[in-house]
Write a protein that binds this ligand. Structure first.
Ligand SMILES: [Zn+2]
Ligand SMILES: [Zn+2]
Length: 169
């Protein structure tokens, strides 16, 4: 979805967006992604477009310990000033960017809402997703899923004095 700066009325533009994920570009970042639901308020500023709002979606990613698929809710709020390429340097000195606000550059006075939402989802993904807090992960030696079964690797690395007792365990 593209919004031209000239389409935004003086009082601002409120949008409800439902963005279907674009599989080709996002391959590898997640196994699947629910549509991104977002509410946006766009405002025309002297030096660009101010986009504020919130989004929510659900991503299926791999557990960082055991590599099982895990569904994680992803949501965040944002306030970003998009400046035209020629205004980018000026914006840095302006009052707007001095406030706690991100600044991004848009091409040809058009805001690519789809791209912007996908980038925000990406930034909000957990760095080390876990299927559950107590996930035991895979054995670093034999690769077995320790949530489902156990292996002998730990025992063999343990106290050598206990080795003769192993068959009793
Ligand atoms: Zn796990
Ligand atoms: Zn093992």
């Amino acid at each position: 979805m593209l919004v031209e700066r000239s389409q935004i009325p003086p009082e601002g533009l409120d949008l409800e967006v439902r963005e279907e994920p674009c599989w080709g570009e996002d391959q590898g970042l997640w196994l699947s992604l629910a549509p991104i639901e977002a509410t946006l308020h766009l405002e025309r500023k002297v030096n660009g477009i101010l986009a504020s709002g919130a989004f929510t979606t659900t991503a299926v990613v791999l557990c960082s310990r055991c590599s099982e698929p895990v569904s994680v809710p992803v949501s965040d709020q944002f306030a970003i000033l998009f400046t035209g390429a020629s205004e980018a340097s000026r914006a840095e000195e302006s009052e707007l960017s001095a406030a706690e606000m991100d600044v991004d550059v848009m091409q040809e006075d058009r805001l690519d809402v789809s791209r912007f939402l996908r980038e925000n989802v990406l930034l909000s993904l957990p760095l080390q997703p876990l299927c559950r807090a107590e996930c035991r992960g895979l054995c670093p030696h034999c690769g077995i899923d320790l949530n489902e079964t156990s292996c002998q690797c730990q025992v063999q690395e343990g106290d050598p004095r206990l080795l003769p007792l192993q068959h009793l365990l």
